[in-house]
Design a protein around this ligand. Structure first.
Ligand code: IDP
Ligand code: MG
Length: 140
């Protein structure tokens, strides 16, 4: 296994319920290290750029509205196999299908308001990190 980086986002449903610390604790307990972090509020252009890959999906407009509805926390996570490891710690997209102990099982409200984003491949991780962080903001 190689040390990798992945992009994580703590979504507006979670920041609204003051769950930032509890989510970070799960990521750290799962073996990942936060090497960059910032709290921001996206506008529509920011969300559209990030979710361009989902533009044709039926939930796209709702997703953009949700992701611009409140503050989010952008993070770069580092660790062994970080992309897959983060997806394990997050749990399935739909919290009804998420394994016990995962972030989404414990905290998500529904399939849309599911508390966290995590990159789904090393290639997308690199693209997503480059979209939202300067290299100088990442301190390993
Ligand atoms: P992922 O976040 O587990 O990678 P994706 O399929 O990439 O799931 O979807 C991106 C985000 O879009 C999800 O995290 C969720 O917020 C939202 N989403 C996905 N599927 C649905 C749906 O069927 N209805 C509403 N929102 C959805
Ligand atoms: Mg995804």
């Amino acid at each position: 296994m190689a040390v990798e980086r992945t992009l994580s986002i703590i979504k507006p449903d979670a920041t609204a319920r003051n769950l930032t610390g509890k989510i970070i604790a799960k990521l750290e307990e799962g073996g990942l290290r936060v090497v960059a972090q910032k709290r921001v509020r996206w506008d529509e252009a920011d969300a559209a750029a990030f979710y361009a890959v989902h533009k044709q999906r039926p939930f796209y407009q709702d997703l953009v509205a949700f992701m611009t509805s409140g503050p989010i926390v952008l993070q770069v996570l580092e660790g062994e196999n970080a992309v897959a490891r983060n997806r394990e710690i997050m749990g399935a997209t739909n919290p009804e299908n998420a394994a016990p102990g995962t972030i989404r099982k414990e905290f998500a409200e529904n399939i849309e308001r599911n508390s966290v984003h995590g990159s789904d491949s090393a290639e997308n991780a690199s693209l997503e990190i480059g979209l939202v962080f300067q290299e100088s903001e990442i301190v390993g």
